[in-house]
Design a protein around this ligand. Structure first.
Ligand SMILES: C[S@@+](CC[C@H](N)C(=O)[O-])C[C@H]1O[C@@H](n2cnc3c(N)ncnc32)[C@H](O)[C@@H]1O
Length: 195
């Protein structure tokens, strides 16, 4: 399943930009929440670059991704407090998999939301997987070109959080990654499930 992401799996962990993105996402995570002792869902975990950093102190991490090969790279890391799941999130898979029946302290989505066919619908489903006061955090490329509908800006994130009923904690430019065309900015959104 998901052949296009499967194609990236082998070289993912040796891509310096990808490593730098994960390092910076991990560092900025602490501006919102300390993962120590928490039950965390890494949504769209890929090869688990963020998972492995959080797993050092988190209680347990469930890492989910539709790409079998990305998950396979993560499984080979043999992290004792990490469980993996190859799945697409939907109402059906939430009913099917026990790991989707758990409630999480934190859900992270690092460079994932722009690949979702239905961002707001997915947020609604993820909200059901959060404990009361649980926190959702996303990192995505900041929209720099008005014609690019897949990247994010503050307004898009803000309106989605409001429409799905998540309390906005912060939406900010978190860091940037150097590229040949200059720095590429990353926006981080964080929200809490209040009910
Ligand atoms: C840019 S990679 C990021 C991977 C990882 N989070 C990281 O930071 O290294 C995007 C990931 O999103 C996953 N993905 C694509 N479509 C998805 C979907 N509908 N639901 C969840 N994850 C998805 C891909 O399989 C891929 O692993």
């Amino acid at each position: 399943m998901n052949e296009s992401w499967d194609d990236y799996a082998e070289g993912w962990d040796s891509n310096e930009d990808v490593i730098s993105y994960s390092d910076k996402a991990f560092r900025t995570l602490f501006e919102v929440v300390n993962p120590e002792g928490l039950l965390i869902l890494d949504f769209g975990c890929g090869t688990g670059l963020l998972t492995e950093r959080m797993a050092i102190t988190a209680d347990r991490i469930v890492a989910v991704d539709p790409s079998e090969k990305m998950i396979s790279v993560l499984q080979n890391k043999q992290l004792s407090n990490v469980e993996t799941l190859i799945a697409v999130l939907s109402e059906e898979t939430i009913k099917t998999y026990d790991l989707f029946r758990s409630k999480y302290d934190v859900i992270v989505a690092s460079s994932v939301c722009s690949f979702l066919p239905d961002y707001e619908g997915t947020l609604r489903l993820l909200k059901t997987l959060l404990k009361p006061n649980g926190i959702f955090i996303q990192w995505d490329w900041l929209k720099s070109d008005e014609d690019n509908d897949s990247d994010f800006n503050k307004e898009r994130i803000e309106s989605a959080y409001q429409r799905v009923g998540l309390e906005i904690l912060s939406i900010s430019e978190a860091f940037s990654i150097e590229s040949e065309e200059g720095p590429m900015k990353v926006i981080m959104g964080a929200a809490r499930k209040t009910l």
